[in-house]
Design a protein around this ligand. Sequence first.
Ligand SMILES: Nc1ncnc2c1ncn2[C@@H]1O[C@H](COP(=O)(O)OP(=O)(O)OP(=O)(O)O)[C@@H](O)[C@H]1O
Length: 519
Amino acid sequence: MCTESTSEIPEAGDLLVDLKRVSKRFGGLMALKSVDLSIRRGEVHALLGHNGSGKSTLVKILAGYHRPEHGAEAFVDGMPLDLGSGVAARKAGLRFIHQDLGLIPEMSVVENLLLGSERQERRWGRIQWSAERARAQAAIERLGHSFDVRKKISELRAPERTSVAIARALENWERDVSCLVLDEPTASMPSHEVDDILTLVSTVAGQGVAVLYISHRLEEIIRVADTVTVLRGGTRVLAEPVAQHTVRTLAQAVVGNHMETLSKPERDPARVDGRPPVFVVKDLTGPDVNGLSFEVRAGEVVGIAGLTGSGRDTVLGSVFGRHPRTGSVTLKGRTIRAHNISDAIAAGVAYLPGDRAEGFFSTLSASENLLITAPGRHWRGRFHRKCEHEETTGFFAKLGIVPVAPTLPGSSFSGGNQQKLMLAKWLRLQPEVLLLEEPTQGVDVAAKSLIHDQIDRLAAEGRAIVVASSESEELARVCDRVLVMRDGVAADSKNGATLTANWITHATLLDSHGSETVQ
Ligand SMILES: Nc1ncnc2c1ncn2[C@@H]1O[C@H](COP(=O)(O)OP(=O)(O)OP(=O)(O)O)[C@@H](O)[C@H]1O
């Protein structure tokens, strides 16, 4: 049983980052309430909490983006840190890597490492490329990778790209860097790539750098972190060695008294047997997809698994019309035109993209973000604000979106709550077919369960659903049948009782000849 505790962390290395009594108010909302955070040198310190619990706000204060309320104190290596100053944070050796990594895909690794570098190998004003290449190669090798640094970022695998971002952040690490903050570095990565990232994180910590690691994936935290701090509603509720915890006790600490939302319902695999297919994709070819065919019955949830680049992350975009494609897509016999999003929506298809930034407008209010699909629904010669408000708050309640303040701008909502708003905007159209890419990325353990329950409910209502996800557990949990993509085609599939997360992970890792992929 996980008890709420603010007990001090046992000695494990010198105290490096020490934050005390950090509070932050946004209007009427206290996003952080007198939070303490102590990170030791050379440790991996996980920062965990439900969506909107205050993790990003704390990190943004550390980075100097927000100033905390009066009364906060901070020390790095015993020296006072001016919280709210980006310059002070950098000078103190704090480095931050955000989910998008901030790399330029069309430039080489060396060029990316040079961008923003405080030092460039120059002679008579010219960059000395051979010296820079050697330096870049050494930086990458120190992180346990051996790929050629002349490659473009777009040619690298996801963990390799992360290693470039880390190498860039750790420039002059022996002298200048004390703590590296990684914000959800494994979001939308399949499990074997996650393993690479965890190795990378351990390598960095092994070199004496403290790592603050933000993730909703509890298994990762158990595997990689030494210490965990849990925030709930802006308050620190736990700061303990990870060794004292299991996935379950961490989940309990995150969600507090709402563990009942984590239960997994029994599914009847035979429930869609005999129903006719309603959504038919035939010979689909598009980016990374080479002639894929599949059918979805009414009420069926079909999963798409696969490595990054296998087609898993592009197939639904091609089906929906975001990318050009050939082949046919039909819904109840009606052909949906290629590369035509309006036609897909008109036919009753909804698409939640994996990239949260796509289709979310941070300057529009939450309500406008939600109502943007079919904005005229409440128009009767004029807008019925009361009806709009009722519909919006209904979705806030259904998906547990917080704060319940639909008029706030999108930027005021935490990442996970933005994801829920994106889902809500499609649900309000009551589509016949839902194409969901990474539907639970960035959402906390309770919200994830809530979204899974929504998928169950929508399937029970007879909607056809396709879920592309990098998480095998998620696919095993929500899907009736899973297709595993390799080289742009469905190379394997399974349904019923034999469909397990282990099988999905294993099948994902096989190459086109059926042997284990070694990357
Ligand atoms: N700029 C802002 N203006 C107003 N409210 C904000 C702002 N930034 C964050 N908030 C609010 O502060 C609270 C904490 O948000 P924060 O982004 O820190 O959560 P989080 O723990 O990082 O969540 P997630 O896991 O979803 O990313 C939320 O209620 C959020 O809506």
